[in-house]
Design a protein around this ligand. Structure first.
Ligand code: UN1
Length: 517
């Protein structure tokens, strides 16, 4: 049982290991803070290697039985989870807004993404397709089946506290893996809800374990734990590289989803008001704290003046405040460190010679004095080589880069080390297809902003954004399964591939006196 809260006091939480809510042995704890008000939402255990080891042991113990549970049955449990998420959607959305600040409309969308993923992955329980293919030999059958990988360590960020854990936990379970989940320490309360809900949906003890703590302690212990077979991580490129190094050394499968510096191209034939609408949502939705956020807007010189004026006016009119207020359009940043980082980048941009058009400062009016608010910030006259054009800021800051034509727009777009999301606004089908082919990114939107991924399509990026994997849709199944190739020889004799294979150009016998190959 979770401990019962004392009225008015922040709730004290525990880890979830082997189907039980348990205290961390160290007794150390951290607070979950509402970034709009500074209030404490809950108190959570700061776990170390000992808790991690117990959680991994519980996941290992649960693996044989869970991996043998038929996939359609595992899928049905996810279906039940989707119904529970739907029933609790509003409550979880409100908790999420309190815990990490984004506005209610968006936190509802976040939970919805979890529901969509649960439904999609539930249905995968009755597919999980392998392939069958002819053998080159007579009386021999060839096919592939998918096998679970084992114990999956899932490390998630705070910006999508239900959606991103769902992208990982649901397919991991559907494929027959057991899980140790280490959520970001800025959003532990949503993680508790999700795990409690999975247990209620029928996930057996030990199949999903939850360990709270910092990345440096619990996260680092988890990735180097020998009982972990697979690590799936979403977060910064620096942490991702460190995880990949450890994973390589310890022979673990590693799937990484990291930074972005996503660009929206606006051509001179674009529907400008639509392009402004898209940029506003792409740059300032979730207070710019998405890996898919529009942090560069590459605009044709013929329309850059009109586009910029409208965008700046719209950004300045955004209503900033507590996300629980339905009138609020943009909530706070996640914490003070994030606000300092954003402001540091603003100063870097000014020093580099970009022109600050609006924002560039904390927002401390009215009720906002107690939270980590920052004004929507737009730079123009950017150069693609500037640090603010190259580095992920993860806040409400975007940079306008004027260009002469499509070729230059695509070149500027591609001149970063990241490759997650991208977008182009144009009415010209030829230009749109050029962009689809030539933009270096995992996702390209035509006449839509850089954010808005759907649960049943692949999500992920190229270059330093990822390491070759995709989440979402069927693509995620490749992360959470290993292929088993099966040959069934029913000829009753030894048949040697490549050697006994009938040779249509020869005498039908490759083996007698002929060199092989
Ligand atoms: C992220 O920013 O980490 O496409 C994920 C989107 C969301 C997911 C973003 N559906 O913006």
């Amino acid at each position: 049982m979770q401990p019962q809260p004392v009225a008015g006091a922040p709730e004290i939480h525990r880890n979830f290991i082997g189907g039980e809510w348990v205290d961390a042995r160290s007794g150390a704890a951290f607070e979950d803070i509402d970034p709009a008000t500074g209030e404490v939402v809950g108190v959570f255990p700061r776990s170390g290697p000992e808790e991690v080891r117990r959680a991994v042991a519980a996941a290992r113990e649960a693996f044989p039985s869970w991996s043998r549970t038929p996939a359609p049955v595992r899928g049905e449990i996810l279906h039940r989870a989707s119904l529970l998420l739907r029933a609790e959607k509003e409550e979880i959305a409100r908790l999420m807004t309190r815990e990490m600040g984004k506005v209610l409309v968006e936190t509802r969308g976040d939970v919805q993404e979890g529901i969509d993923t649960a439904l999609y992955q539930a249905s995968e329980g009755r597919r999980l397709f392998g392939i069958t293919t002819p053998s080159e030999l007579r009386d021999k059958f060839a096919m592939t089946v998918r096998m679970p990988v084992g114990v999956a360590a899932l490390i998630t960020p705070w910006n999508f506290p239900i959606a991103i854990p769902s992208w990982k936990i649901f397919p991991a379970l559907l494929c027959g893996n057991t899980v140790v989940f280490k959520p970001a320490s800025d959003t532990p309360a949503c993680a508790a809800r999700l795990v409690a809900l999975l247990a209620k949906a029928g996930v057996p003890p030990g199949v999903v374990n939850l360990v709270y703590g910092t990345g440096g302690e619990a996260g680092a212990a988890l990735v180097s734990e020998p009982g972990v077979d697979l690590i799936s991580f979403t977060g910064s490129s620096a942490v991702g590289s460190a995880i990949a190094e450890t994973g390589a050394r310890l022979h673990k499968k590693v799937s990484l989803e990291m930074g972005g510096k996503n660009g929206q191209i606006v051509m001179d034939d674009a529907d400008l008001s639509l392009a402004v609408e898209g940029a506003l949502w792409g740059a300032f939705g979730t207070t710019g704290q998405r890996c898919t956020a529009t942090s560069r807007i590459i605009v044709h010189k013929k329309v850059v003046k009109e586009f910029t004026e409208t965008l700046v006016a719209r950004a300045q009119a955004l209503r900033i405040g507590n996300g629980l207020d339905p009138r609020t359009q943009m909530g706070p940043l996640i914490n003070e460190a994030a606000r300092e980082k954003v402001h540091r980048y603003v100063r870097i941009g000014i020093d580099e010679g970009a022109k600050l058009l609006c924002g560039g400062a904390s927002h401390e009016e009215g009720e906002c004095t107690r939270g980590f608010f920052y004004k929507p910030t737009i730079f123009t006259d950017g150069d693609p080589k500037m640090r603010i054009a190259q580095e992920e800021i993860f806040g409400p800051v975007t940079l306008i880069l004027p260009v002469d034509d499509l070729d230059q727009a695509i070149a500027v777009h591609n001149a970063t080390r990241y490759g997650l999301s991208s977008s182009i606004y144009t009415r010209d089908v030829n230009q749109a297809f050029r962009a689809i082919c030539d933009i270096e990114a995992g996702i390209t939107y035509i006449n839509g902003p850089t954010i808005g991924a759907e649960a049943h399509l692949p999500f992920g990026g190229i270059k330093e954004t990822g390491n070759g994997h995709r989440e979402g849709g069927t693509a995620v199944i490749d992360i959470f399964t290993e292929w088993k190739t099966v040959y069934i020889d029913y000829s009753g004799k030894l048949q040697k591939a490549q050697i006994d294979t009938p040779d249509p150009g020869g005498d039908g016998d490759n083996s007698a006196g002929k060199p092989n190959g």
